[in-house]
Write a protein that binds this ligand. Structure first.
Ligand code: AMP
Ligand code: MG
Length: 339
């Protein structure tokens, strides 16, 4: 397949553009789409050739499964075999929204989509353009994040264009993503939710819905490559800018002192006063929500500015902060310095 064979079109999110995008999907091709989490690269989840194009465009390893996006519950039963009681409770509470549930897949769902697994990650997005496209295409859409494998996820159509220009026929521009981090991924274990990837649906929110929540080891730590991963995506290099990122776990004052000793590093901070005088910095905000919203754009901006080293303040490891920390520590290849 010739990867650079497209004149990538940017479409708006009007009904006629959505219709055009749906035709591309129905013809077996792929489209960059906005969702409330990050931009996705979408294909008909049941069309094996179309799904293969997603893996090729991203350079994604074939054993890293894709999330299947639905707009109605009848589509759920095309992709998944069953809806256990605890999954129904989560669907009622968090869908449409940024929660992906891993459940046994239907027989009809191709193994290409599930990365060879017997399970499928499934979610109902809330973004109106994503929902309208699924409706128009009239099929569940397989859609991973629309970045080149290993790079930070895209939170604007411009980011998608940066990575996918020439590799895909079209991108729907639906503005900047509100959440800014990918969906929370969970599976179920004896009625409890196990968080495989944290997101805007937090451990606390899941606990209030289900009572019991387990945070998988892979959320906070590097996963052992030789063991089978609960979520295959966790074993791969992820979210990496070109710069070397270090997560600095300290007070603002100690962070400033450390950054002062490392002149030339770009500081990724919560507020301007975190950075020493004269240092280059990018601010991602004080709340977990703001940080989630800005993190990936900030990592891309660090590359644009030609940063060789990024010193990042360490986010809180709870609430939405856990999702920010989980992405940042991977962007940093697990280089965390506690001062
Ligand atoms: P992305 O779509 O790029 O956000 O990546 C999807 C994430 O969901 C990856 O980390 C996958 O490993 C995870 N995922 C998708 N489907 C499954 C599944 N059936 N079992 C476990 N993890 C999954
Ligand atoms: Mg991804």
């Amino acid at each position: 397949m010739n990867l650079m064979s497209y004149q990538t079109k940017i479409l708006d999110d009007s009904p006629s553009s959505i219709k055009q995008a749906a035709e591309i999907i129905r013809a077996g091709d792929i489209v960059g789409i906005p969702t409330e989490t990050v931009y996705g690269l979408a294909a008909d989840a049941f069309n094996e050739n179309a799904v293969r194009k997603i893996f090729a465009a991203k350079g994604r390893p074939a054993d890293n499964p894709l999330i299947v996006h639905i707009s109605r519950m009848d589509m759920f039963f095309r992709a998944a075999k069953e809806l256990p009681e605890e999954a129904l409770r989560c669907a009622e509470r968090f869908w449409p929204g940024p929660l992906t549930m891993v459940l046994p897949k239907s027989e009809a769902l191709p193994y290409v989509t599930s990365g060879g697994l017997q399970t499928v990650g499934i979610r109902m997005p809330s973004h109106p353009a994503a929902r309208a496209l699924i409706e128009q295409a009239d099929t569940p859409l397989a859609a991973p994040s629309a970045n080149l494998s290993g790079k930070p996820s895209p939170t604007s159509a411009a980011h998608v264009f940066e990575d996918m220009n020439g590799r895909i026929p079209a991108i729907i521009d639906g503005g900047e993503c509100r959440a800014g981090v990918e969906s929370t991924v969970i599976c179920f274990e004896n009625g409890a939710a196990r968080i495989l990837r944290p997101g805007r649906v937090t451990a606390e929110m899941l606990r209030s819905a289900l009572g019991r929540v387990i945070i998988d080891d892979g959320v906070l730590h590097a996963v052992d490559d030789s063991a089978p991963a609960a979520s295959p995506g966790m074993k791969y290099k992820h979210y990496s800018p070109k710069a070397e990122v270090y997560v600095i776990n300290s007070t603002a004052e100690r962070f400033r002192e450390y950054a002062k000793e490392h002149t030339g590093a770009l500081c990724l901070v919560f507020e301007p006063s975190d950075a020493p005088d004269g240092a280059e910095f990018i601010c991602i905000g004080k709340s977990g929500e703001e940080q989630a919203n800005r993190l990936f754009a900030a990592l891309r901006e660090a590359d644009e500015r030609g940063a060789k080293t990024v010193l990042a303040r360490c986010p809180q490891k709870s609430g939405v902060g856990l999702a920010v920390y989980n992405r940042l520590i991977r962007a940093a290849a697990f280089r965390e310095i506690t001062l």
